[in-house]
Ligand binder design. Structure first.
Ligand code: ATR
Length: 284
């Protein structure tokens, strides 16, 4: 058996994932003897690849698109936040069992509050999307003190269902049904000036822009795309042209959720500031 502790990210079409680089930097900075690889795996092979990885002594996996719900089903035990999210982004071998956690929401909240200076306490938040990515961040946003969290989704029934599911945690509601499907310019006025608009749809991955309720952008608005890439997403361009104060992609969240996973696995929290700075520099 390999003497060095093994970790990896598992997802489909993740050839360009920055997770191996991030965890290599964390390991170096915290002097942890570990290696971190990449398992590009289609949904049909997910369960067998995970089982083989842990059977061969692997210590932990980060789980990304499209396997987070499958990982939730596969885990023997779940953290409360993973259970609530219905999705797992971190697997760890604990006492011979597969433990599932979800560090996405904590990573997002940390990026927003610590790195971007966004005050979530009392904030009005518009969440675009009602899929797995949205599901993982609703609880942590409400726990961070959002005063209103409005969910807007292409298929509005999913937004309604999600709002209902999380209603016990705080003021979460579906977007007004009157919101019409005109991209970026709609006719309702009751969603005026959000402090924060989060794009949790998968539209950016296909270069598309989700429908955004009218008057959502105010001069104070921070627009945050969970997606990240080499170039600005369509949502970033839209947010700037709509007058948002700031438009940010999810690289900070990626680094922060990775740090949360690293903490779970290694018992030490790595410093994220220098890693984020290194990844953000054009030469990296
Ligand atoms: P993920 O795990 O990435 O959230 P998902 O569960 O398939 O993936 O959810 C994708 C989300 O992006 C959904 O909210 C989806 O809207 P629908 O529920 O109406 O399908 C949203 N989405 C995907 N492409 C979109 C597009 N082009 N415009 C608007 N919303 C889109």
């Amino acid at each position: 058996m390999n003497s060095i502790d093994r970790y990896a990210v598992i997802g489909s079409g993740i050839g360009h994932s920055r997770s191996p680089q991030i965890h290599a930097m964390f390991a170096k900075a915290t002097r942890q003897a570990m290696e971190y690889g990449l398992l590009d795996t289609p949904p049909t092979a997910f369960v067998s690849v995970v089982r083989n990885f842990f059977r061969d002594g692997g210590r932990g996996l980060n789980v990304t698109v499209p396997h987070k719900e499958a990982a939730h089903r596969l885990a023997d035990t779940l953290s409360p936040r993973a259970s609530r999210a219905g999705a797992v982004n971190t697997l760890a071998a604990v006492d011979g069992k597969l433990h599932g956690d979800n560090t996405d929401g904590a990573g997002l909240v940390r990026d927003l509050t610590m790195n971007l200076g966004c005050k979530l306490e009392g904030a009005r938040v518009l969440l675009l999307g009602a899929g797995g990515a949205a599901r993982g961040i609703i609880g942590p946003l409400l726990e961070a003190g959002a005063a209103a969290l409005v969910i807007s989704n292409r298929h509005s029934a999913r937004a309604k269902q999600l709002a209902k599911e999380f209603a016990d945690l705080g003021p979460v509601t579906p977007a007004a049904a009157a919101t019409t499907a005109i991209r970026g310019r709609t006719a309702v006025s009751d969603d005026a000036g959000y402090d924060l608009i989060i794009n949790a749809t998968s539209a950016s991955l296909r270069g598309e822009l989700p429908v955004v309720p009218a008057h959502a952008v105010g001069t104070q608005t921070l627009a945050y795309d969970l997606a990240y890439g080499e170039r600005d997403t369509v949502f970033m361009h839209w947010a700037r042209s709509a007058g948002a104060a700031r438009a940010v992609m999810g690289l900070g969240m990626l680094v922060e959720q990775a740090a949360e996973s690293f903490l779970l696995w290694r018992g030490v929290r790595p410093d994220t500031e220098h890693v984020l700075a290194a990844l953000s520099s054009p030469s990296t």
